[in-house]
Write a protein that binds this ligand. Structure first.
Ligand SMILES: Cc1cc2nc3c(=O)[nH]c(=O)nc-3n(C[C@H](O)[C@H](O)[C@H](O)COP(=O)(O)OP(=O)(O)OC[C@H]3O[C@@H](n4cnc5c(N)ncnc54)[C@H](O)[C@@H]3O)c2cc1C
Length: 395
């Protein structure tokens, strides 16, 4: 399948290694039939087999150093893969993105034992990872977390109680990075916990699926981002060994924020892929349509193509800062906003131009339209991101 508009492989912007990852992503997507893609969406079914295959190719640990099974690729390569996956609505795209997001803090803050135990299995696909931050009453405002953990000195375990919601891959994952607030001050074994600051007790834990007191709650049958096992996680006196604290107690915010810029760049790459996929679908749908006056829609289509390209430029500029080791949170937010808004606009207008034929599932337009809506919301809503960019400038 040839991409509409600019052929990014011929721009001379990407290294041979980066283009090799793109080629692998294209081959991977080519092996998934449109029927399979539609089925995973329709049945809201996670394709574990595809996730494992993706890890065998190397996508599940692409941008990490080779020590624990990482593939030594750069973030630009990972973005190229994500863009390609989203363009074709590859059913495991979002789970692979979150899987990488979860490994990042283990690489940065994990102990040697945690790295050996979890990263190697994450890279091979034996373990699927999920990120548990959001709660029913704590979405944008992460400081409002209500999930609590107290230290049980008798067993050297933390005991977690609370509920996480809208967790991608939740119902299928093997390990979870979970944020909880430490309570029960007398039992806290570390002196560095600061009283008084509302987020200074947030702590990151690595929770395994089989830990006692851990359960999968409600599974969500959502408008978009279907087929990703998105669900609630319920912790009822869930016991987590103290050596599974990720980073130090009270460092949870730092742990969560550490992968923020990269996470947003990943979403930007995915959304650029959605926008490109919607443009591809529009041009495909226009073929043979004698009832549409092409002159009348040419300017509108030109404008959509500009939006796709603008999203791509910002996304790879943000990815370049990650690869330079100076990830820029503001640039990442700008890329995420621009790309998800572009995906929403291109898919919406493409369906308007094509009329009812634009709603055919095989065209993937209506699917992209539904997924793009979620993209505008998660990893920080676009409204809040805009506000933060503005505040930062005023400051
Ligand atoms: C498909 C999907 C997958 C997800 N996967 C995960 C996951 O894997 N792990 C995870 O932890 N979470 C996940 N989430 C949750 C996601 O991160 C939250 O939806 C997101 O943080 C927004 O929170 P909220 O939905 O509660 O919106 P709210 O915070 O309730 O916001 C609602 C509205 O109010 C606005 N608003 C809120 N606060 C302010 C403010 N201070 N100033 C101005 N405006 C404000 C927002 O911009 C928005 O328009 C997922 C969500 C979706 C939809």
């Amino acid at each position: 399948m040839v991409q509409s508009g600019t052929d990014i492989t011929s721009l001379g912007l990407y290294s041979q290694e980066q283009l090799t990852w793109l080629k692998l992503a294209r081959e991977f997507a080519d092996n998934i039939s449109i029927e399979e893609t539609i089925a995973s969406d329709k049945k809201n079914e996670f394709r574990r087999d595809l996730f494992e295959k993706a890890c065998q190719v190397g996508f599940g640990a692409l941008p990490f150093a080779k020590d624990f099974g990482g593939k030594g690729g750069d973030y630009t390569s990972f973005c190229l893969v994500n863009e390609e996956f989203a363009r074709r609505c590859v059913p495991v795209m979002s789970s692979v993105g979150v899987h990488i997001l979860c490994q990042e803090p283990i690489y940065r803050f994990g102990t040697q034992e945690q790295k050996e135990k979890y990263l190697t299995h994450c890279s091979s696909g034996k373990y699927l990872a999920a990120f548990g931050l959001t709660e029913p009453n704590a979405g944008s405002d992460t400081a409002a977390l209500q999930t609590q953990a107290y230290f049980d000195a008798a067993t050297n375990e933390y005991v977690i109680n609370g509920t996480k919601t809208f967790i991608t891959s939740g119902a299928s994952a093997d390990i979870f990075i979970v944020m909880a607030k430490i309570s029960g001050e007398p039992h806290v074994p570390y002196a560095e916990l600061k009283e008084g600051k509302k987020d200074s007790t947030i702590t990151a834990f690595i929770v395994e699926r089989n830990y006692p007191g851990f359960e999968i709650g409600q599974k969500f049958d959502m408008l978009g981002m279907r087929g990703y096992s998105t669900c609630e996680l319920v912790f009822t006196d869930c016991r987590v060994p103290s050596y599974n604290v990720l980073g130090q107690p009270g460092q949870g915010r730092k742990v969560a924020l550490s992968s923020l810029a990269k996470g947003r760049v990943t979403i930007a790459a995915q959304a650029t892929g959605w926008a490109q996929g919607a443009l591809d679908a529009l041009l495909k749908g226009l073929k043979g349509r004698s009832d549409i006056n092409f002159d009348q829609v040419a300017t509108q289509i030109g404008e959509l193509a500009i939006q796709v390209e603008s999203a791509r430029v910002l996304t790879y500029q943000a990815a370049a800062t990650v690869d330079r080791g100076a990830a820029d949170v503001t640039l990442a937010a700008m890329a995420k906003i621009t790309a998800t808004d572009a995906a929403m606009k291109v898919s919406t207008e493409a369906m308007s131009i094509l009329g009812m034929q634009g709603l055919a599932p095989e065209l993937l337009l209506e699917r992209i339209f539904r997924d793009a809506k979620a993209g505008q919301i998660y990893e920080g809503t676009n409204q809040i991101q805009r506000m933060l960019i503005g505040r930062d400038l005023i400051k």
